[in-house]
Structures are given as structure tokens and as C-alpha cells.
Ligand binder design. Structure first.
Ligand code: NAD
Length: 428
């Protein structure tokens, strides 16, 4: 049964709306628009698993393959239980797979868009390691026909990581009689063919985007004030790299609360503090504030790096920043965009700002395929080239069509996918 939540806030419809805006600007033919809107394939599977108590439990899993005109499908596998239930999750992976298509195209990596997952929250339900491994390997077995180094290359996502990626790689390899098949999946531990710089990728990529935006806006990064919402992987490394570029973090938050100190907060000290105390709240010298205060603090760079739907129209009206770098996926509600645009705040949209992760995933896959591994600096430099070009190409579209950066990124991505589609032609 379709849940009310699905009807009210269907992520796939939101994704389609963004595509429609771009198609309108580019005057894309309706048939091509329809082709781009629907995923090529959505696999929904029943996953039977023997639990530790000897009983069988059935899980539901998905793999959505949105588009592969520019290269093999690419995208994460999440273990999650969205509020809207299983039907909602199907729509969510479809939407996320399309965003992966656009994200890869914006930074010009030769991959398409995919996404998948299993409807389970392993943290909430406290699955044992053995149960999780049986689930992961069964899931890998069931998608093994449609994934592969030249077909579809999954990656970690919510509540999955290097351990699950290794189990999927191992299962896939054994099924195909090739024990060592690292290119089938990315986000692996270094010892299994993972890439250096993966852990910092999203934050570093986001910092590169901010640097490019600052150049365009003629904003001096020396002393520029940064606010980080969601002090986790993406935010901490964005903060650290922006600090290295001369900026100063003045506020941060996590699920337990928000803090501010306009004199500056050293990111490395805040990481140490959070590791010890479990939260940023209470950091010496800081003052506790509300989420709204945090987001509307006067600063130069606001980095939403927590959850979706954080910047509402009301928050947007009170924003006092110059750049919003969307490290998180979907942190800004569509109704906030025109308000932000009017205020001349530059938004670096999620598909560009957090594309460092997929860039390094791509570079991991390249290293796996050639069997030769680069140093941290080599990987970071290659990512920098992709992201910097992605930013410049997006900004050029924003100027050309007089549109905001979110629409510009979609326009750029759609242009690139349509070009590949046209080159290929339709066969059979
Ligand atoms: P993470 O789990 O490392 O960090 C998330 C942080 O957000 C945690 O500190 C958590 O306490 C905090 N948080 C949770 N609820 C909050 C709330 N209501 N208010 C403020 N803070 C809250 O996750 P991450 O990997 O850093 O991912 C963060 C965002 O970035 C997500 O939207 C994710 O999809 C996106 N992203 C991450 C990557 C990556 O490589 N890490 C890549 C692309 C996109």
C-alpha cells in the first residue's frame, strides 16, 4: 500500500521536477525528457536470511539503475528504514539513482547513476555481525547478475561501509570464479583495493568548491567565517580544509545541539572534544544556540552537512551568509531557493558540493582496473581537477541562462547526458 508520506513528499517527483526545469531551459524534446526521467531498471528483491535464533526473516532490497549512457551505473547501497516505509524507500532509491547520474555528469566522470539498499536499520535493530554478513552476502548474490566492474559499481551509503563492500566484492568474485575483482565496488578498505583520500573526499571536494566560489565572488578566504551544520565526516573535513585555506570556523552542530564562538573554533580541537564527549555541545569557550540561530548566524560560508530539508523558506529569509556549500544531500527546500537567489547568496548545490566522494570512488575504480595505485596527493589532485572544472562549467551555465547554481548544475548534467544519448543513438 502506498503511504501518505509517499504522496505528500515523493522524492522521485522532486527529482523529476528538477529535471523538468533543466529540460525546459534546454528545450529538450518530450520523448528525451521522458527517457531521462525514468530509471532504466529498478530491481526489487526479497532477501531471505537465517537469523541467529534459527528463524528465517525476509528483507526487501532494491537496486535502481537510472542511466548508463556515459558509463557504468554508480551509486551507494544503504541499509535504512525511511519513515515512509518500503514503498517510500523504492521511490527514494529511484530519486537517488537519478541524482547520481547528474552528479557524475556535473564533474564529468564517465559513470552513470545507480542506488540501492535494504529496508533495515541495523543500528536500531541491533543485528549481529553474522546476521549482517548473511544479509549482505545474500543481497550481493541477488544483485550479482546486474552489477560488475563494467556494468554497475556500488559503494557505501547510510549504515554500510568498508566491511559490507568487502563482503559484496568477495561474494561477487566467488560467484564469477575470480577471487580478486576489486573494480566491482568502491569504498573498500585500503588493504582490499580502496583509494587513499577516500575518508576526506567529500570535505576536501566541498572546500575546493568554496575556494572557486570565493574567487568568483572576490571573497577573501583569509579570516572568512564558516558555520558547519552536522559535525560528522563531511563537515569536519570541509572545516579542516577551509581552515588550511585561511578561513575560520565559528559555529558547529550535531544531533545533540549547536554551538558558536565568533572568535573561532579550531576544528581539530573540536574533533578531539567530540570524540571524548560524544558531542560538540559544551566545547570550551562556546555558547549553545538553537539550530535556527546556527543557520542564520552572520558568516561568509554556511555548510549544511547534516540532513535534508534544513533550509526552509523562513530560515532562508534570515540567512546572513555569502555562500552556501551543500555538503549534505538536499539540505535546501525548493521554496527556499528563489529567496536565496534574490538575496544574492551563492548556493553550491549538493550534486556539485558533495561530489568529492563519487570522484574518489571513480578514481578508486580506475586504480582497481589498472592494478596500479596512486599516492594521496595524486588522487587529491585528480579530484581537484574534476571538481574545479565542474564548478567553472556550472558557473558558466548560471551566467549564460541567468539562473541559480542549482538549476545551472542540472542544465550542465542534462546537456552532457543528452549528448551521450544522442551520440549513442537508440538500438535495438
Ligand atoms: P556523518 O554521520 O559522519 O555525520 C552526520 C552528522 O550530522 C553527525 O555529526 C550527526 O550528529 C549530525 N546530525 C544528525 N542530525 C542532526 C541534526 N538534526 N542537526 C545537526 N546535526 C545533526 O555523515 P556524513 O557522511 O558526514 O554525511 C552528512 C551528509 O553529507 C549527508 O547528507 C550525506 O548524504 C552527505 N554526503 C556525505 C558524503 C560522504 O562521503 N561522507 C558524500 C556525499 C554526501
Amino acid at each position: 500500500m502506498i503511504s501518505i508520506n509517499l504522496i505528500k513528499n515523493d522524492p522521485f517527483l522532486n527529482a523529476t521536477k528538477q529535471l523538468d526545469d533543466a529540460c525546459q531551459i534546454l528545450k529538450i524534446d518530450k520523448g528525451v525528457r521522458d527517457y531521462l526521467a525514468q530509471p532504466n531498471k529498478v530491481l526489487r528483491i526479497k532477501i531471505p536470511v537465517k537469523m541467529d535464533n534459527g528463524k528465517i526473516r525476509i528483507f526487501t532490497g532494491f537496486r535502481s539503475q537510472h542511466n548508463n549512457d556515459r558509463g557504468p551505473y554508480k551509486g551507494g547501497i544503504r541499509y535504512f528504514d525511511p519513515e515512509g516505509g518500503i514503498e517510500y524507500m523504492e521511490r527514494e532509491v529511484m530519486a537517488l539513482s537519478s541524482w547520481m547520474t547528474w552528479k557524475c555528469a556535473v564533474v564529468d566522470i564517465p559513470l552513470g547513476g545507480g542506488k540501492g539498499g535494504v529496508y533495515i536499520n541495523p543500528k536500531k535493530e541491533k543485528l549481529s555481525e553474522d546476521e549482517l554478513e548473511r544479509l549482505t552476502r545474500r543481497f550481493a548474490f541477488m544483485i550479482s547478475e546486474i552489477i560488475g566492474p563494467q556494468k554497475d559499481i556500488p559503494a557505501p551509503d547510510v549504515y554500510t561501509g568498508g566491511r559490507e563492500m568487502t563482503q559484496i566484492m568477495d561474494t561477487f568474485g566467488k560467484l564469477h570464479g575470480i577471487t580478486n575483482q576489486p573494480g566491482v565496488i568502491t569504498g573498500k578498505p585500503i588493504s582490499m583495493g580502496g583509494s587513499l583520500a577516500r575518508n576526506v573526499a567529500t570535505g576536501l571536494g566541498c572546500a575546493y568548491c568554496v575556494r572557486e566560489a570565493a574567487k568568483v565572488l572576490k571573497l577573501n578566504l583569509k579570516g572568512a567565517k564558516v558555520v558547519l551544520q552536522g559535525f560528522g565526516n563531511a563537515a569536519t573535513f570541509t572545516g579542516e580544509y577551509l581552515e588550511k585555506m585561511g578561513a575560520k570556523v565559528i559555529a558547529a552542530s550535531d544531533s545533540k545541539g549547536s554551538i558558536i564562538n565568533t572568535n573561532g573554533i579550531k576544528t581539530s580541537k573540536l574533533i578531539e572534544y567530540k570524540e571524548k564527549k560524544g558531542s560538540v555541545v559544551g566545547f570550551p569557550g562556546s555558547k549553545k544556540v538553537t539550530t535556527e540561530d546556527l543557520l542564520t548566524t552572520k558568516c561568509d560560508i554556511l555548510v549544511p552537512a547534516a540532513l535534508e530539508n534544513q533550509i526552509t523558506a523562513n530560515i532562508a529569509k534570515n540567512l546572513k551568509c555569502k555562500i552556501i556549500a551543500e555538503a549534505a544531500n538536499g539540505p535546501t527546500l525548493p521554496e527556499a531557493d528563489p529567496i536565496i537567489y534574490k538575496k544574492k547568496i551563492m548556493v553550491i548545490p549538493d550534486i556539485l558540493a558533495n561530489s568529492g566522494g563519487v570522484c574518489i570512488s571513480y578514481l578508486e575504480w580506475v586504480q582497481n582496473n589498472m592494478g596500479y595505485y596512486w599516492s594521496f596527493d595524486e588522487v587529491a589532485k585528480k579530484m581537484e581537477d574534476h571538481i574545479t572544472r565542474g564548478f567553472k562549467d556550472t558557473y558558466a551555465r548560471a551566467k549564460k541562462y541567468n539562473i541559480d547554481m542549482r538549476k545551472a548544475a542540472m542544465v550542465l548534467a542534462v546537456e552532457r547526458v543528452v549528448e551521450a544519448f544522442n551520440q549513442r543513438g537508440l538500438w535495438p
